[in-house]
Design a protein around this ligand. Structure first.
Ligand SMILES: [Zn+2]
Length: 413
């Protein structure tokens, strides 16, 4: 009797961020079984050619249900409230099939851009009911072969001021909602809104991911209340806030104090460059403020941070290709990141969002699923600097996409 082979697949010459020289990755039944130079085995081999190999990008904040709406609204929306109003008007007519088709388009682009984990915020309220939720749940199942999708349900139009929203939210949490979001700036009772969201989070034992402090006036904010609720309920490490653009308006010493407060409470911050830059600072006629919170600085001060996509081709953000590498490059450029910051900028779309989402099996390590993507570069900093092509991706050892290098057609050939 022959001994069972230790691997059924070997990735040769994978350049990991943690090592200077390429290594081999042995895979058994979809999981990483060994990482070492020159593994000896008779298994199927895939040569990664010494290219930078990452465990895939992690998008903590995207809205699949309201993506790709540009063709339906023929005017520009220059403020948060205009964008919310425009989508609220359209979503009454969303069907499950419609949300599914638009979400699938974005999800497929995210997959070929190397995203392997994603938290999508799903609107739940009496206008849309649970139709968006049902569609996104179906997307989660249909694309599980390529991406692990987590559903964060939230009341975009407010909670205490929107009768019926809470009952629907509870139904969604009973039927597959995996995290809960909130939008206190849309509520007439922001603190009651937050208290109720935290109550539900505790009741259903799910993480909290809020839309918060989405303007440039730092004279008031909900951040203190979120930190207070988090600490009071011992929920540190399970709470994130998205946008937090007020932080971008703080002078350095106040920013430092906010970082200490967030790190101590265990509240993470997600920066959404495409939306924040599009919607903030519009009242300025010149020298417009960027409205972009400096996630790499907060991260250096111990706050768990991520850079994420948010909206794609809708009134909140009429841009988007669901590429997190492009978003990290865009962030780094606008945030005045230096070359020495590029590594942390790559962390903002990989390791740090995995921590934000409490993903315990993320990373190229023995025991984890063999999820990996291969970039046409040899250095993490170059990944941010030059936006290399993402050549291929794997989920649990199975290839999910391939990208051909472009061919130059020189007249001399
Ligand atoms: Zn959002």
């Amino acid at each position: 009797m022959t001994a069972q082979a230790p691997f059924d697949l070997i990735f040769r010459n994978a350049l990991l961020r943690s090592s200077a020289a390429p290594a081999d990755i042995g895979v058994k039944s979809g999981r990483i079984a060994a990482i070492a130079p020159r593994l000896a085995c008779e298994a199927v081999e895939v040569d990664l050619g010494g290219h930078l190999t990452l465990p895939g990008f992690v998008d903590t904040h995207i809205h699949l249900d309201k993506a790709c709406l540009l063709g339906r609204c023929g005017h520009d929306h220059g403020s948060v409230s205009e964008a919310i109003r425009a989508v609220a008007g359209m979503k009454k007519n969303f069907t499950v099939d419609d949300v599914y088709a638009r979400g699938a388009k974005v999800l497929e682009r995210a997959i070929v851009h190397g995203t392997t984990r994603m938290r999508t915020h799903v609107e739940i309220d009496p206008r849309i009911g649970l139709r968006g939720f049902e569609a996104v749940k179906a997307l989660k199942d249909a694309y599980a072969w390529a991406i692990a999708l987590e559903l964060c349900v939230f009341p975009q139009e407010g909670l205490t001021n929107d009768p019926g929203a809470e009952e629907l939210l509870i139904q969604a949490l009973r039927n597959g909602g995996e995290a809960i979001g909130g939008c206190p700036y849309m509520d007439t009772e922001p603190h009651a809104h937050l208290a109720r969201i935290f109550d539900l989070a505790e009741e259903f034992d799910v993480d909290v991911d809020l839309h918060l402090d989405f303007d440039l006036d730092p004279s008031w904010w909900h951040l203190d209340e979120v930190c207070r609720q988090t600490e009071r309920r011992n929920y540190g490490g399970r709470v994130a806030i998205g946008h937090a653009t007020k932080l971008s308006a703080l002078p350095p010493e106040r920013m430092k104090a906010a970082a200490v407060q967030l790190a101590r409470a265990g509240v993470a911050v997600t920066v959404l460059p495409a939306t924040d830059l599009y919607l903030m600072g519009r009242e300025a006629t010149h020298n417009a403020p960027r409205g972009l919170t400096l996630a790499h600085k907060l991260a250096a001060d111990g706050v768990v941070c991520s850079v994420a996509t948010n909206n794609v081709l809708n009134p909140f953000t009429p841009f988007g290709d669901a590429s997190l590498l492009r978003m990290a490059n865009f962030y780094a450029n606008v945030a005045h990141a230096s070359v020495s910051d590029f590594d942390i900028c790559l962390d903002l779309v990989t390791e740090l969002p995995a921590r934000l989402m409490n993903l315990r099996d993320y990373g190229i390590e023995v025991g984890n699923p063999a999820d990996l993507i291969v970039l046409d570069t040899t250095d993490g900093r170059f990944a941010i600097a030059e936006l290399p092509d993402i050549l291929m991706g794997f989920k649990s050892g199975r290839q999910t996409f391939a990208r051909q290098r472009p061919t130059l057609l020189s007249p001399k050939n």
